[in-house]
Design a protein around this ligand. Structure first.
Ligand code: PMP
Length: 402
């Protein structure tokens, strides 16, 4: 007997991505990688963390740092988050904040909380592939979220009913989305709130890249716009997911959720059942580093990524052949490329690794229906400027030779 035969039906929706195999080749020497959407490790505030961990392990604090703690999260960190949220128009209280093990965990919990098999999740086409992976376990249907008002509320509701469920949430990143790098303007954010009202569903606002704006005007988060409409977070349907991964460190796995209290209370129960709480010492260290130098640190990394973004856009303009299009992100880590229709991103990656030693992520994985094979995602955050130019030059050469 094979145990695979008795896995729950949800296991069938959890597939290893084909591109993982290709991306294993990244360890080869000489590869220029635009694949990982990751911070540059050279920029981590390692000295500040060394001190913060040493402080957490002093005799007065070690019992707190190494002990079990509450599921809601380390209170001083939640208090710091409340202050940060106030700065971007989100008035909330510590009881509206739950610390999670990265924002990825929040996505899993939200899938678990809202989706019965057959329910509908509205997502971008493309969207963050980790969100699809998290939600897939709860066996939803996906429908294409259109934030520009080209679809009626009824069309979403009816499609969901035909599939035997209801629309439970719209998931999106409003700022510098993964994979496109694009930002929703204010009108689109307001429209999304109207849509969520009409469909009576939640909005999951994934703010993983929000602090990384390089130019243009900041636009209030969707949750801030909803609080402005309704006067109080307790009346809001938007659930905001934040993360320290792109600013301080992804390895410590510290993220947070801000939402109305009934949502947070239920998520606390999910967290108790899943992992009791996020690492106490990591939360203490993140809190100390955030209190001491968050703004200075983020300003520094923004400056570096800003230059890298400019260098990548310039190199694309110089080296890409006719028929290739790309986005011009105001922040974040990604540029999204649309290739001529007949070029498949996964084939291009295989060739590129072989002949030009340049890596990127084929775009198909970001579409819930695995469509749009002629797209790729490039990340500029972790490569030095000279290598960005060299890598784009090589990619241009490969595309010209097709
Ligand atoms: N959301 C988006 C849009 C992301 O790109 C990522 C990381 N790639 C995450 C969430 C998860 O980040 P973390 O769990 O490290 O906070």
């Amino acid at each position: 007997m094979s145990l695979q035969q008795i896995f729950a039906t949800r296991a069938a929706r959890m597939k290893a991505s084909e591109i993982r195999e290709l991306l294993k080749l990244l360890d080869q020497p000489g590869i220029i990688s635009f694949a990982g959407g990751i911070p540059d490790a050279a920029l981590f505030p390692a000295d500040a963390f060394a001190e913060a961990f040493a402080d957490a392990l002093t005799p007065e604090r070690q019992a707190l740092a190494l002990q079990y703690s509450v599921s809601e999260g380390y209170l001083p960190l939640r208090q710091w988050i409340v202050g940060e949220m106030a700065r971007i128009g989100i008035a909330c209280d510590v009881d509206n904040v739950l610390i999670t093990s990265g924002s990825q965990q929040a996505l899993d919990y939200l899938g678990k909380l809202f989706l019965s098999p057959g329910d509908t999740a509205l997502v971008g086409w493309p969207t963050y592939l980790g969100a699809l992976a998290a939600f897939n376990a709860y066996e939803p249907h996906y429908d294409q979220l259109n934030v520009n008002g080209n679809r009626t509320v009824e069309s979403y509701v009816e499609a969901a009913e035909k599939n035997g469920g209801t629309v439970k949430f719209a998931y999106l990143s409003a700022d510098f989305a993964n994979p496109t790098g694009e930002t929703l303007d204010r009108a689109a954010r307001e429209h999304l709130l109207d849509l969520a009202e009409g469909a009576d569903c939640a909005v999951i606002e994934d703010a993983a890249y929000q602090s990384l704006r390089y130019d243009g005007e900041a636009i209030p988060p969707i949750l801030a716009l909803e609080i402005a409409r309704k006067g109080n977070i307790e009346n809001c349907r938007t659930i905001y997911c934040g993360s320290f991964s792109k600013t301080l460190s992804p390895g410590l796995r510290v993220g947070w959720v801000v939402a109305a209290q009934p949502v947070i209370s239920q998520m606390v129960l999910l967290k108790q059942a899943a992992d009791l709480h996020s690492s106490t010492i990591n939360q203490m260290a993140v809190c100390e580093v955030a209190e001491r130098c968050f703004d200075d640190h983020v300003a520094r990394i923004r400056e570096v990524y800003h230059r890298r973004r400019d260098v990548m856009l310039e190199a694309l303009a110089t080296y890409m052949p006719e028929g290739v299009e790309w986005t011009r992100p105001e922040g974040g880590m990604f540029v999204w490329i649309t290739l001529p229709e007949e070029v498949d991103g996964a084939d291009l990656l295989a060739r590129s690794l072989e002949t030009e030693k340049v890596a990127f992520v084929p775009g198909r994985a970001f579409f819930a229906d695995a469509s749009n094979g002629n797209t790729i995602r490039l990340s500029f955050s972790a490569m030095k400027e000279e290598l960005i130019v060299e890598g784009i030059q090589r990619l241009g050469r490969l595309l010209r030779g097709l």
